[in-house]
Design a protein around this ligand. Structure first.
Ligand SMILES: Nc1ncnc2c1ncn2[C@@H]1O[C@H](COP(=O)(O)OP(=O)(O)O)[C@@H](O)[C@H]1O
Ligand SMILES: Nc1nc2c(ncn2[C@@H]2O[C@H](COP(=O)(O)O)[C@@H](O)[C@H]2O)c(=O)[nH]1
Length: 434
């Protein structure tokens, strides 16, 4: 497990297994002691540059993800091939990306659940998917299917905005009996997307998802939900509010999804509203950076030393140096909030925005899992006198999440090709001051 993010001062973190002051740290094993598990629709992103007329012609909606029928997919693919418009093909899927990015950042294990072709052809989509997933992402629990994985036509317009057209193949054929109980039971978090319910009647994916949720509940594993696209939420916002209240601890969304869910266009108000249902919220807001909202114990709150920010909630970042806790673990819960503008103002030129939100969530998951790792290895550390959810303060998690989004925006693929630059890995470096 790598240290999550960078620090101005050195915090104690058991990255050195030979420290004699530590309890004997469990030896590194292939399965590890702390991991995250996610369920996804197995998808390959087929990226092409198109204009808005192309998007409109196939009944798609700019910036969003819609499922298309096979005949539309065939016509769309034929036009992309005819006009030689395909530029890249990557492994994709919002949770697949998040598990891969987590493993790259943490240099540690994530487990991905979903389907995979029984018959993988060299050079085919399934082959590309497997080749482009981190070797630290455990794919041993994928369920075999006799057919194709999904295709996600990722249509990039001139300003870098991405539109998705999903041709599902067999991506929704994951069955409940393919969800391994012990993998869920030992995880630091179970990560889901609202896309998992976007299926045809009779497809087993939603049932498989609910099996995983039931085990997460049984073993007190926090469930993380990322909202995916505003269209899925807009179809039935009340379903999602109930789902959050009943099953979810951590919510990740962008401001458009936040609006559909809560009725608030302001990301801070949307995040605040969502705290009625969940314990921790990450709300990305494109060029306006990102917000986090959560709970801490009143008596453990820590005052920021950064300028207090104006907003719909006055001086909302006052206690952003506090660490997040689950509502149920607080005796006197206090709401805490933080915001950060895009790292370095954002890249000079954004090639495409695909995966920026997934990157931010991977950073948050790294911080949460690092907390479990630290608790396992140094249970009597003062960091664990309370049952905290995150290793770091809300402000620090925002910085880290933002930094990772920047990295994704600065490269071409939604999956990190490497971890953050080496020279930032030094705990001594006051990188954030730049
Ligand atoms: N145009 C932009 N300029 C600068 N930063 C951006 C821009 N778009 C996204 N980002 C960064 O990427 C993060 C996630 O982007 P966002 O587009 O909100 O996510 P999603 O992909 O989920 O819609 C933002 O919080 C911000 O840090
Ligand atoms: N599991 C699904 N993943 C999907 C779907 N539509 C798009 N995507 C994936 O999202 C990422 C990019 O995410 P971003 O919102 O952070 O830009 C991309 O790689 C797509 O594969 C879907 O229906 N299901």
């Amino acid at each position: 497990m790598k240290f999550p993010g960078q620090r101005k001062s050195k915090h104690y973190f058991p990255v050195n297994a030979r420290d004699p002051l530590l309890q004997p740290v469990q030896p590194e094993s292939e399965t590890g002691t702390s991991w995250v598990v996610g369920i996804d629709q197995t998808l390959v992103d087929i990226e092409a540059k198109v204009d808005n007329a192309f998007v409109a012609r196939y009944g798609l909606s700019v910036g969003h993800s819609l499922v298309i029928e096979d005949d539309v997919a065939d016509a769309l693919y034929a036009e992309l091939m005819r006009e030689n418009l395909i530029t890249h093909q990557f492994a994709g899927g919002t949770i697949g990306n998040t598990m891969h990015n987590y493993s790259v950042l943490a240099d540690d294990r994530s487990v991905l659940l979903g389907v995979m072709c029984n018959n993988v052809q060299i050079g085919g989509y399934a082959y590309r998917y497997l080749c482009n997933t981190s070797s630290r992402t455990d794919l041993n629990y994928l369920q075999g299917v006799d057919g194709a994985i999904g295709r996600c036509f990722t249509l990039i317009s001139d300003n870098g905005e991405r539109t998705f057209a999903i041709s599902p193949g067999m991506m929704n054929q994951l069955r409940p009996e393919s969800i391994p109980e012990q993998v869920i039971a030992g995880a630091s978090a179970l990560v889901l997307t609202s896309y998992l319910v976007r299926c045809k009647a009779g497809e087993p994916m939603p049932e498989a998802t609910m099996q995983a949720v039931a085990w997460a509940k049984q073993y007190n594993v926090p469930v993380v939900l990322t909202l995916g696209t505003k269209h899925v939420i807009a179809e039935n916002p009340q379903f999602w509010r109930d789902f959050l209240r009943e099953h979810v601890a951590i919510l990740a969304m962008n401001e458009e999804e936040g609006l559909e869910l809560t009725g608030h266009a302001d990301p801070l108000l949307a995040a605040d509203k969502a705290l009625e249902w969940v314990d921790l919220v990450l709300c990305t807001a494109g060029p306006n950076g990102l917000y986090m909202a959560g709970y801490t114990e009143e008596s453990a709150k820590r005052q920021t030393n950064l300028p207090l920010l104006p907003g719909a909630i006055a001086e909302f970042n006052q206690y952003e140096f506090s660490r997040a806790m689950r509502y149920q673990d607080c005796q006197q819960p206090l709401r805490i909030y933080s915001h950060i503008a895009p790292y370095m103002g954002g890249p000079e030129k954004i090639m495409n925005t695909n995966g920026a939100g997934d990157g931010a969530l991977a950073a948050l998951l790294h911080d949460i899992t690092a907390n479990s790792y630290h608790r396992n290895n140094v249970p009597n550390s003062s960091k664990h006198v309370r049952n905290y959810l995150t290793y770091s303060s809300l402000a620090q998690v925002c910085k880290y999440a933002n930094r990772v989004s920047y990295q994704v925006l600065n490269q071409h693929s939604p999956r990190l090709t490497r971890g953050l630059p080496e020279r930032e890995d030094s705990l001594e470096e006051a990188y954030w001051e730049r």
